[in-house]
Design a protein around this ligand. Sequence first.
Ligand code: PMP
Length: 319
Amino acid sequence: MSGDATPKFLWLDGELVKWEDATIHISELGWSTVGGVFEGIKAYWSEKDGELYVFRLKEHLERLHRSMRLTRLPIHNSVDELTDAVTGLLRACESREDTYIFPMAFQKNSFTDRWNMLEQESRLMIHARPVPSHLFSGHTLHAGISSWRRISEDVMPPRIKNLSNYRNGQLARMGALESGYDTAIILNQQGKVSEAPGACIVMIRDGKLITPDLTQSVLESITRDAILTLAREDLGMDIEERVVDRTELYLADEAFICGTHAEITPVVSVDRFTLGDGGVGPVTRQLETALDNAFRNGTPSRAEWRTAVGVPATVGSTA
Ligand code: PMP
């Protein structure tokens, strides 16, 4: 299936439903998504294995459950059931390329009971579309510090994927684009570095990986965790998870944003301070290779992070 083609199926409330039959009444728009939480998950095609692997599916589904618990959305499906839902959907859609998977849980009857999700039913939809990896593409970002501050624990829970949180990153990103940058770096309420819109930020100074710790109003990012684990355990790098000042970023040798969609995207300047020599740095390149190996069963393998989908072989294939 190519990028603009419509998938054949999506998964809705326990069943595979034809794409064109998965409708919702227009009156449910709006408040249903205020009460919505979601996940962004990626599956990667391994040419070597002729197999599609979902990256850290269990961790993503566990985070979906945490998002539902914190927003008091009733949970109707176990992690095992949702694992089968995702892999079954990818098989039904015959996905044989890098694919972005989007599960979203939202309140049923939001029009009548918008202030109360207690004792309500929730609905869960999953759809999947091809999105190629851009690791190694050489695509780089110029970032600017945003004047919008990151939402904080006393406003909405930053550590989960609550849909309503996303206006914050959207405003910051649009402000950055208007100012001639490619993306924003958002500070938290204490004026310390938090995140980029939809991605975490990691910098490298004197060979050390430094990133804001999980109490700095950041999402509990699965890619961030994967990169720190690969760096520490496979590449023997020093890691610091701590409070980060904005001027440390200005002086970094390298920096990148990371996330399921962002993967690793190098940042080459912040507020027009050029980082390193202004290109993709050597540590960033090393981490890109390590992450790609983890995605596609390269070396080292990190088998525990991949769920094989078991996509059917194409007609005429001997695989
Ligand atoms: N922060 C925010 C606000 C995000 O939406 C994302 C993307 N999910 C990330 C960070 C990166 O998280 P992950 O690595 O789990 O995709």
